[in-house]
Design a protein around this ligand. Structure first.
Ligand code: C2E
Ligand code: CA
Ligand code: CA
Ligand code: CA
Length: 280
C-alpha cells in the first residue's frame, strides 16, 4: 500500500475517511438511544484531603456501556454529545445522579462531603442551565455547598459575558465552582479574576512528571501558590505515586485525586471503599 501510486492512495484515504465518517454517524445514532436505554453510568473518583487524611469528596465521571462495543471512553463520545446538543439532557442526568449519590453517602454518615461534576461549555448555551440546577438541588434536597461544578475556561469562548453571568448566578446559589485542567487552555489568566471560583484543579499533564521534570514541578508549585493567594483551594489530579503525593503535600496542595488513591469506581464499589474509610 505504501508504494501505491498517487490516485490509488487518494482513493484509499477517501474510502477510509468514508468508513470513519460512517462509523461516527453510527455511534451518534447509538448515542441518541443511550439515555433511554440506560446505557450511561456514573463512576466516582474519591478525593483525598492531604491535611486530615480523609476522603472528603468525589468527582462523577460518565461511562457509556455500549451493547456491542463495551465501554466507550468519554474522550470519544463527549465531543459527539456536544456537537449534537445531546450533552444537555445527558448533563441533566449526570447532575441528578450525582445528587442522588450524595444523598445516600450523606445518610451513611459522611458529613461535609461533596460531589463534583463536569459541565461542558455547550451546557452554558442552555438558557435554562441555572434553573435546571436550582430545581434539581431542590428536588433532591441537596445542600447547595455540597455540589461542585468543574468547568474549563472554554466556557468563555462563545459568549463570555453571558457564560460568566450564568456562572455568577449559579455560584450565588451556594454551588462551588472549580476550574478544571488549569493551565492547559489558550486564554490569559484574566478569567481567574472575572469568574467566581472556589477551586483550582492542577491538570494531570503537570502532575505526571512532577518528580523528574523541573518545569512541571515549577508549574505545580506556582499554581498552588497562585491559587492560595487568590483564595482558592487546590486539587491535583492524576496522582499515581506516593512520591507525587508527598511532593504535593510538601508544597501545601490541599487535595489529591488519582489512581494512587483510587480509580473512578462504579457506585457499589465506591460505597464499599467509603465504608472502609468510615471504620478507620
Ligand atoms: P477530566 O474531567 O479532566 O477527568 C480526569 C480524567 O483522568 C478521567 O478520565 C479520569 O478517569 C482520569 N484519571 C483519574 N485519575 C487518573 C490517574 O491517576 N492517572 C491517569 N492517567 N488518569 C486518571 P475519563 O473518566 O476518561 O474522562 C475524560 C474526560 O471526559 C474528563 O476529563 C472530562 O473532561 C470528560 N467527562 C467525563 N465525564 C463527564 C461528564 O459527566 N460530563 C462532561 N461534560 N464531561 C465529562
Ligand atoms: Ca474534571
Ligand atoms: Ca481535569
Ligand atoms: Ca481533562
Amino acid at each position: 500500500w505504501a508504494k501505491s501510486s498517487g490516485p490509488n492512495q487518494y482513493r484509499f484515504y477517501a474510502s477510509e475517511m468514508n468508513a470513519r465518517g460512517h462509523e461516527l454517524l453510527k455511534l451518534e445514532g447509538d448515542l441518541r438511544l443511550a439515555l433511554k436505554r440506560e446505557e450511561f453510568l456514573l463512576y466516582y473518583q474519591p478525593q483525598l484531603d492531604l491535611r486530615s487524611g480523609r476522603i472528603i469528596g468525589i468527582e462523577g465521571l460518565i461511562r457509556w456501556q455500549h451493547p456491542l462495543r463495551g465501554f466507550v471512553s468519554p474522550v470519544n463520545f463527549i465531543p459527539l454529545l456536544e456537537n449534537s446538543g445531546m450533552i444537555i439532557p445527558v448533563g441533566e442526568w449526570v447532575l441528578r445522579q450525582a445528587c442522588k449519590a450524595h444523598r445516600i453517602i450523606r445518610e451513611a454518615g459522611f458529613d461535609n462531603f461533596r460531589v463534583s461534576i463536569n459541565v461542558s461549555a455547550v451546557q452554558f448555551n442552555d438558557e435554562y442551565l441555572y434553573e435546571k440546577i436550582n430545581r434539581t438541588l431542590q428536588d433532591e434536597q441537596m445542600p447547595q455547598q455540597a455540589l461542585e461544578l468543574e468547568i474549563t475556561e472554554n466556557i468563555l469562548i462563545k459568549d463570555p459575558m453571558s457564560a460568566a453571568e450564568t456562572l455568577r448566578a449559579i455560584h450565588a446559589l451556594g454551588v462551588r465552582i472549580a476550574i478544571d485542567d488549569f493551565g492547559t487552555g489558550y486564554s490569559s489568566l484574566a478569567y481567574l479574576k472575572r469568574l467566581p471560583l472556589n477551586v483550582l484543579k492542577i491538570d494531570q499533564t503537570f502532575v505526571r512528571d512532577l518528580i523528574n521534570d523541573q518545569s512541571d514541578a515549577a508549574i505545580a508549585e506556582a499554581s498552588i501558590s497562585l491559587a492560595h493567594k487568590l483564595g482558592l483551594e487546590v486539587i491535583a489530579e492524576g496522582v499515581e505515586t506516593v512520591q507525587q503525593l508527598e511532593f504535593l503535600r510538601t508544597h501545601d496542595c490541599d487535595l489529591v485525586q488519582g489512581y494512587y488513591i483510587s480509580k473512578p469506581l462504579p457506585w457499589h464499589e465506591l460505597m464499599k471503599f467509603l465504608q472502609t474509610k468510615l471504620l478507620q
